[in-house]
Design a binder for this molecule. Structure first.
Ligand code: PNS
Length: 163
């Protein structure tokens, strides 16, 4: 069985992430979306909330599992016997950072974890979770960035009620 992990913060998941999830799920037999539980960052959504949101957003994809991990990605993938990580590269500006992570993970895993890069649909190339949060914090329109049920959840976090 060909397994892969798509790791990330997903705070919150955007249409760009969902595009990568959908396409990876059609390449691999089983895709785990791994939500990083990072104690150093204060996320908008807790890790439990992000897992639930991702479960709802991917419920039509039977070979996609949502899980969370803390610490090093390579430890999680070793435990789960996963040898491929998927990351999305939107533009050349993402590439330096992604290349560094991919090479670090390859080294740290003793060559057991490879990373493949997918390019998101151009329609979503401008999207980022931090952009979504910034727009939402000023009560701007984020309906082109995230599914409708997430729009409501993000606004609630910023104290904006029913739209
Ligand atoms: O969505 P993000 O925040 O860009 O995702 C970054 C992520 C989660 C892929 C990366 O930070 C990660 O894998 N962190 C876990 C810690 C780790 O394994 N670090 C070693 C590689 S630098």
């Amino acid at each position: 069985m060909k397994k892969a992990i798509y790791p990330g913060s997903f705070d919150p998941v955007t249409f760009g992430h969902l595009d990568i999830i959908r396409r990876s799920a059609s390449i691999f037999d089983e895709l785990t979306v791994g939500v990083l539980n990072n104690n150093l960052k204060t996320p908008l959504f807790s890790v439990e909330e992000r897992v639930k949101i991702l479960q709802e957003a991917t419920k039509d994809l039977p070979n996609v599992k949502i899980d969370s991990f803390s610490g090093l990605l390579v430890n999680y993938t070793k435990e789960k016997d996963i040898h491929v990580a998927v990351r999305g590269v939107r533009a050349i500006t993402d590439y330096d950072y992604e290349l560094q992570i991919a090479q670090t993970n390859h080294k740290l895993s003793g060559g057991e974890l490879d990373t493949i890069f997918l390019t998101p649909n151009l329609e979503y190339a401008y999207l980022s979770s931090s952009g979504v949060k910034e727009i939402a914090s000023f009560h701007g329109d984020i309906s082109m960035c995230v599914p409708e049920f997430i729009v409501k959840l993000v606004y609630e976090k910023y104290g904006f009620g029913e739209e």
